[in-house]
Ligand binder design. Structure first.
Ligand code: SF4
Ligand code: SF4
Length: 186
C-alpha cells in the first residue's frame, strides 16, 4: 500500500492509555508482532525506525518487526514504554490500525474472516453495542475495497492464523475468493 491510510478508530485514546495490552508481547518471536508491507516499512525507516528492526516474512513480500526485551515482556521497537505511545502512530501499519480487529483464517482454513479480539477489554465490552456493530461494517467494507484487497493480495502474511481469543464477526468474501483462487484455502 503506497498511499498513507488513516482508518477511523473506535477505541478512545484515553481507554488505550490506561490499558497495557497493545504493542507488548509475551514471546520474542510472537506471531502477533505486526506485519509491515514494503511501503509501510520504507515509510517507517524514512521516519527514523532502524532497518535492522525488520525481518522479512517467509515469502519475503512483507516484514515483521523484531520485538525487543522490556522487563519480563517484549515490545515493538516503535513503542515508547515511558509514554505508552507508538512513536510512528500517524504512519503505523494497517496491521496495527485495524486492532482490536483481526484479519485471519477461520479454524478449518476455508475462509478469510474478520474478528474482534476479546483480549482487548474495549472490544469485549462493546462488541454488542450499535456503534461497534457499525464499526464492524465500516472495517469489513474497507478491507473488501478493491485497493485494499490488492494490497493484501501482495502481502498475504497480513492474514493471520486462527486465534481462539478472536470472535469472528463476518467472512471477507472477496479475500476468501482471492485466496481460494490461488489455492491457499482447503
Ligand atoms: S487492547 Fe484495546 S483498549 Fe487496550 S490498548 Fe489495545 S486497542 Fe486499546
Ligand atoms: S507499530 Fe506502533 S502501534 Fe504497531 S505495535 Fe509498534 S508501537 Fe504498537
Amino acid at each position: 500500500m503506497s498511499h498513507l491510510i488513516q482508518l477511523e478508530q473506535i477505541v478512545p485514546s484515553k481507554v488505550c492509555f490506561s490499558c497495557d495490552v497493545c504493542c507488548r508481547f509475551l514471546e520474542q518471536d510472537s506471531f502477533l508482532a505486526p506485519i509491515f508491507t514494503q511501503a509501510e516499512m520504507k515509510r517507517a525507516i524514512a521516519n527514523g525506525v532502524n532497518p535492522d528492526f525488520f525481518r522479512p516474512t517467509a515469502d519475503r513480500k512483507s516484514a515483521r518487526v523484531k520485538l525487543i526485551p522490556n522487563g519480563d515482556m517484549y515490545i515493538c521497537p516503535c513503542f515508547n514504554p515511558e509514554t505508552s505511545e507508538c512513536t510512528i502512530y500517524p504512519i503505523r501499519p494497517l496491521d496495527c490500525q485495524i486492532y482490536p480487529f483481526a484479519l485471519m483464517y477461520n479454524q478449518d482454513h476455508t475462509r478469510v474472516v474478520l474478528g474482534v479480539d476479546m483480549i482487548c477489554p474495549y472490544g469485549e465490552a462493546e462488541i454488542q453495542q450499535e456503534a461497534f456493530q457499525h464499526y464492524i461494517d465500516y472495517m469489513a467494507s474497507y478491507l473488501e475495497s478493491d485497493s485494499v484487497v490488492e494490497t493484501i493480495a501482495a502481502n498475504w502474511q497480513l492474514i493471520g492464523t486462527y486465534q481462539e481469543t478472536v470472535v469472528i464477526v463476518c467472512t471477507l468474501e472477496k479475500l476468501t475468493l482471492a485466496r481460494t483462487e490461488n489455492g491457499a484455502l482447503v
